[in-house]
Design a protein around this ligand. Structure first.
Ligand code: BEZ
Ligand code: FE
Length: 291
């Protein structure tokens, strides 16, 4: 029955309309979603004005979104939902900790050979990264796809400076592990940065008096046959924002040593460096496919 509904009867009436869903999980999710949404409106005694404000907000999140500006992802991130979903689905401890994807991964990243410079010509302190990918038995994972992306030394991703870079990708690449499970590249050191605050999500952060800052990090996304994919990041231990990440994604288990080297030292690629540089190494563990 969906006539003459009241504050008390409307929830069951709406839930009932999902009972015929062919997919059981779809039914279950919508029935629960309606319960939580309706309870929220009742608990808060939500006003019409507040609801229109919320709808207008979501519309603006949609309008500002594009393939390179993922405001809905950011909304999920600043509400802690991205990390919560990640925690629910990962984290039995056998693999490297995962964390959120964030809005700056893009499909159109270049393939790169191990050892290549992926900075795209953006200037900054050189950084040499060396990774090893192993399974939970410690055996190398050969031929794994490794996406990596990070900000420049001012805290900006390539997609945030598309005009200056003529739309060319920089500080991101898709690599493949070699016969020993290794991958390595040269780039520039990233830096802490604010999440984008010029859109609707920025309004929430300002309204709450929250910091928009993320601690310095490098992103990774691994895919390998027979293994669970892994989305993760490495952080720097002395970062001023490590314990106050705007999107709740920082983890102590993912803190790496960003080792400082001085002018004249030899880089991992064998060159004697004419400037200071950093090296970072990490071993990532992938879990086997479930079930
Ligand atoms: C990022 O690390 O790229 C990121 C994650 C969540 C929100 C904004 C940025
Ligand atoms: Fe990031």
């Amino acid at each position: 029955m969906s006539i003459d509904l009241t504050e008390k009867t409307i929830t069951a009436a709406v839930q009932q309309t999902f009972e015929g869903a062919k997919d059981e999980r779809t039914r279950e999710l919508f029935v629960a979603l309606v319960r939580h949404l309706h309870d929220f409106a009742r608990d808060m005694r939500l006003t019409g004005e507040e609801w229109f404000t919320a709808v207008d907000f979501l519309e603006r999140v949609g309008h500002i979104s594009s393939p390179t500006r993922q405001e809905f992802v950011l909304l999920s991130d600043i509400l802690g939902l991205s990390v919560l979903v990640d925690q629910i689905n990962h984290g039995d401890g056998s693999a490297t900790d995962s964390t959120l994807l964030g809005p700056f991964f893009v499909e159109g990243r270049p393939r790169a050979e191990n050892g290549s410079d992926i900075s795209g010509g953006v200037t900054g302190m050189p950084m040499f990264f060396h990774g090893t990918v192993v399974d939970t038995e410690g055996q190398p994972v050969v031929g794994a796809s490794v996406d990596t992306w990070h900000s420049d030394s001012e805290g900006f991703y390539d997609v945030q400076q598309a005009d200056e870079l003529d739309g060319s990708p920089a500080m991101r690449a898709l690599l493949t592990t070699d016969g020993d499970g290794h991958f390595w590249y040269r780039s520039i050191t990233p830096r802490y940065y604010p999440v984008p605050t010029d859109g609707p999500c920025g309004e929430i952060l300002r309204a709450a008096g929250r910091s928009p800052m993320r601690p310095e990090h490098i992103h990774f996304w691994f895919h390998a046959e027979g293994h669970e994919s892994l989305i993760t990041m490495l952080f720097r231990g002395d970062d001023p924002y490590l314990e106050n990440d705007a999107v709740f994604g920082a983890k102590r288990a993912l803190v790496a040593d960003f080792v400082q080297h001085e002018t004249g030292e030899t880089a991992p690629d064998g060159s004697v460096m004419p400037e200071p540089f950093q090296t970072v190494e990490w071993t990532f563990t992938l879990a086997s496919h479930r079930g």
